[in-house]
Design a protein. Sequence first.
Length: 265
Amino acid sequence: MISPVSPVSRSIFRDGVVSSGERKLAEETAIAITYNRVTHAVMMATPDNLHEFAVGFSLSEGIIPGADTIEDFTVIEAEGGVELRMWIGAEHMASLEKRRRRLAGATGCGMCGLESLAEALRPIPVSPAGLRFAPEAILRAVASLGPAQSLNQVTRAVHAAGFWTEADGLVAVREDVGRHNALDKLYGAMVLSGHAAANGVVVLTSRISIELVQKASRMGAAIVIAISAPTALAVRAAEASGLTLVGVARGDGFEVFTGGWRIGA
């Protein structure tokens, strides 16, 4: 399997001194996601946690209703990338083919290639009631993510998505060069391990864009926290779905944009 990290030679110009050496960089690989031998999407992603990625992507995109819908899964390495080959039932494949007919060209990162604005802004599930967290708990959740980013500590070039609960702390964290890929990997990891997103908070290292709100809502999350700010569209979508959106979360505080009733003493 392709390593998620590759050493690269480079020259260093610093403080008037020139030196040379290696730096470990995050790998970026073309990953084709196929169902019944039909390619649905090609994503540029970090080549690790690929089973979780396949499950999380399939669920967050609404292609399957549950992980057990995937009848078979295989990772196929090929020149230039990796294929995540899945087999799903005829009824789910028929729904996917109907959806594919609405797509203009190949899909890729985020929502590229979508012909219909209605598809891009598809309805978001209503968030569950979830739990109420004190402001101090939100800060602890944010603080827990950085030390757990093992890939980013080496490369300084990947995003992370984590799931934190008050009882267990950081339950899972997944990293990727793509912020939405990291969240899909986390989703897959949580489903496969039996964790319910409403029982804790989802923590992100990126800005919160509309596709992250859509994916988090499909996860069943009630609270999403990010170290950066959300987009205005993400805030409107979160408000409509009842999702609590916390942004600009740093060591000294955070900002609550929607669903503030879940944050309190």
